[in-house]
Write a protein that binds this ligand. Structure first.
Ligand code: GUN
Length: 290
């Protein structure tokens, strides 16, 4: 058996088109575009690429993005002052502070300075709390939201399924577990201290791998027919000298032979993250507009 490849790129394109239609409707109704403010401190090349992709996707969806590029030596107080201005700006519906921040800043303090109702990354403690208690006002982190969308598109009703989430980060693992619990899955969160991870994964109907370790999850761990969502994006040495390639946290070829369905890397979860950022921003705009 070979599992179906879940096409995140196509699903994300459909979602972006839908969000674009809603953003155009918002603009027609309110006389202003949906607005996203992006903030980047320093010149990390990977972060610059992410920000460019996010802003390009905004433009395609007829949303307006305003970028704030701050030098690496910006003080935390100056960044907090910018966030306060963006919180108070009626044209700004969403605020995204790209991570990682330079070492002299406390990311938790910075994120928690963002108005929770403009926190389109869903990283603020208020949004984490809202998600944990099932409050529909939660803005939910984009990557797990994208994973859930793919899972529901593939499987429909998830209730009663055993989901094993590998990874316990605040950005992916924990919110993913909360979302699956809300879908009435039986959820296990595994991490670096978990005993006998292969045996645990063999019990899973759904596997979400978000550990950041290239090809750690092996094909023989996958229960035949299980659905595998690979959040990992790891750059490793390619077969030709000097070339690199992207791999996930799952050994794709092995796992594809066992799985019912599986996301590839690239082209699986990655495109969904940006689509969900746009969706969160449009949702935040509508809520603010009442
Ligand atoms: N850095 C890497 N991924 C993300 C993300 O989804 N949001 C933000 N703000 N920073 C990131």
């Amino acid at each position: 058996m070979t599992g179906k490849r879940i096409d995140g790129k196509a699903t994300a394109a459909e979602l972006r088109a839908e969000v674009g239609r809603i953003a155009a409707f918002f603009r027609a109704g309110t006389g202003r575009p949906v607005g996203l403010a992006t903030v980047l401190v320093g010149e990390d090349p990977a972060s610059e690429v992410y920000i460019r992709s996010k802003r390009a996707a905004c433009g395609e969806a007829t949303m307006e993005s305003v970028h704030h590029a701050l030098p690496a030596e910006t003080s935390e107080a100056d960044l907090l002052a910018l966030i306060a201005r963006l919180n108070a700006d009626p044209a700004v519906d969403g605020i995204l502070v790209q991570l990682p921040l330079p070492g002299h800043m406390d990311a938790g303090r910075v994120i928690d300075a963002i108005d929770p109702d403009k926190d389109v990354d869903g990283f603020h403690v208020v949004n984490a709390g809202r998600l944990a208690v099932g409050d529909p006002a939660a803005l939910v982190p984009c990557t797990p939201l994208g994973c859930l969308h793919l899972l529901k598109a593939e499987l429909g009703d998830l209730s009663g399924k055993h989901a094993v989430v590998i990874g316990r980060s605040n950005i992916v693992g924990k919110p993913m577990a909360m979302l699956l619990l809300a879908e009435s899955c039986t959820v296990t969160i595994a991490h670096s201290r978990t005993h006998d991870l292969p045996a645990l994964v063999r019990e899973a109907d759904i596997v979400v791998a978000a550990v950041g370790r290239p090809e750690m999850v092996r094909g023989e761990w996958i229960k035949p027919g299980a659905t595998v969502i690979d959040v990992g994006i790891n750059r490793v040495a390619g077969t030709e000298p000097g070339k690199t390639r992207l791999v996930g946290d799952v050994a794709f070829a092995e796992a594809e032979a066992q799985a019912g369905a599986i996301t590839p890397v690239p082209g699986g979860v990655g495109p969904m993250t940006i689509a969900m950022l746009l969706r969160n921003t449009v949702v935040a705009a509508h809520r603010r507009a009442g």
